[in-house]
Ligand binder design. Structure first.
Ligand SMILES: NC(=O)C1=CN([C@@H]2O[C@H](COP(=O)(O)OP(=O)(O)OC[C@H]3O[C@@H](n4cnc5c(N)ncnc54)[C@H](OP(=O)(O)O)[C@@H]3O)[C@@H](O)[C@H]2O)C=CC1
Ligand SMILES: CC(=O)N[C@@H](CCC(=O)OP(=O)(O)O)C(=O)O
Length: 310
């Protein structure tokens, strides 16, 4: 019998994209409730408890409520796409490429926390350098990023796409998270293996799907002898053996005049770049992804497949 999958929040931005990715799959049975009943708690509870894997695509509070609904039912495994459980030690962090053991941890977990879009890029760049001893304790890491506006879900999509919306946003690019307390900072700190919280400055551009995450570094403040080439080599070594996270060759990066935020739109992969001048004193590490691909729905389906294979 095909395993049953229920996407709670299937009519939202992340849920819809998971459904699209699952369309035509015969190896799973999708459980569904009509859009008009999406907030019907009794129906959701029934579906959640009928599923082999429940994928939660809900705001944090609704996710916590859904987890309560299945907590006593050991037959249901959960993938949560919200921020609610990402630094909870009882949950496996759903970034399969972050360590060699992570895919196995996800595969055998009952509870998997899908990473945030920005942390996917930031952790993807930072963690290998911490693990290799290149990024020392106390380094003042900064993370600057731009996201497609679908990252803000249905509400931000309406504000960006509908000029008649009462809170319409006309800016082609805006900074937010200005108090520097974005909800992704704890996740970047914990899974980036940082001992000091990074300064995180997010922004949104007038494009639907895509993301650039930047981590600029001063080489002189890293482990002795660190160069642009040794950072690149550490990233290559970390991501060898899989094909979802690609480290772009230095010669290829050097030839690029610009990085296009929407290059990976619709794809579930992530590209990492090391920019700078050979022999120079600074580098800029860049992650390129689709906020709804490797940053959300693509990662959720990847995690579901790992769990189904176990
Ligand atoms: N968009 C993105 O790029 C990313 C999103 N995420 C996370 O994924 C989750 C979903 O976000 P996203 O898809 O963007 O959000 P959306 O607002 O687009 O969709 C959320 C869906 O959940 C429904 N919902 C809200 N509250 C409840 C409730 N109490 N009970 C049942 N259903 C409810 C909404 O219904 P209604 O229409 O009635 O509000 C809507 O269908 C969030 O936790 C978000 O942080 C993670 C990574 C990236
Ligand atoms: C553009 C935009 O608004 N992005 C969202 C993050 C999207 C994401 O990763 O979602 P989680 O809420 O699941 O972490 C934000 O900054 O809150």
């Amino acid at each position: 019998m095909a395993p049953k999958i229920f996407i709670d929040g299937e009519h939202g931005t992340t849920g819809l994209q998971i459904r699209t990715r699952m369309a035509g799959r015969r190896d799973v049975e999708l459980l569904s409730i009509p859009e008009a009943e999406r907030r019907n708690a009794a129906m959701r509870e029934d579906m959640l408890n009928s599923a082999d894997i429940a994928i939660l695509c809900l705001p944090d509070d609704a996710s916590k409520e859904a987890v309560q609904m299945v907590s006593a039912n050991n037959n249901v495994r959960v993938i949560d796409t919200s921020t609610a459980f990402r630094v909870n030690p009882g949950w496996a962090y759903g970034f399969a490429e972050m360590d060699k053991e992570q895919a196995g941890k996800i595969a055998s977990a009952r509870f998997v926390a899908n990473p945030g879009c920005y942390p996917t890029g930031a952790v993807g760049l930072i963690r290998p350098l911490r693990a290799a001893g290149i990024l020392p304790d106390g380094y003042p890491v900064t993370v600057n990023a731009v996201s497609g506006y679908t990252g803000g879900g249905k509400q931000l999509i309406a504000q960006m796409e509908n000029p008649d919306h009462p809170d319409a946003i006309s800016a082609p690019h805006f900074l937010y998270g200005l108090p520097l307390t974005h909800k992704h900072v704890p996740e970047m700190t914990v899974h980036g293996l940082l001992d000091r919280a990074p300064i995180f400055s997010p922004s949104v551009g007038k494009f639907a799907q895509g993301m650039i995450v930047q981590v600029p570094l001063h080489l002189g403040d890293l482990a002795e002898g660190t160069t642009m080439e040794s950072i690149h080599a550490a990233l290559v070594a970390h991501y060898t053996g899989q094909d979802i996270v690609t480290v772009v060759p230095l010669a290829e990066s050097k030839a690029l005049p610009r990085v296009n935020a929407v290059e990976l739109e619709g794809k579930d992969t992530m590209k990492l770049f090391v920019f700078g001048t050979p022999g120079g004193s600074q580098v800029n590490l860049v992650a390129l992804l689709d906020n709804l691909g490797k940053g959300a729905s693509g990662a959720a389906v990847q995690n579901m497949d790992l769990m189904l294979a176990s």
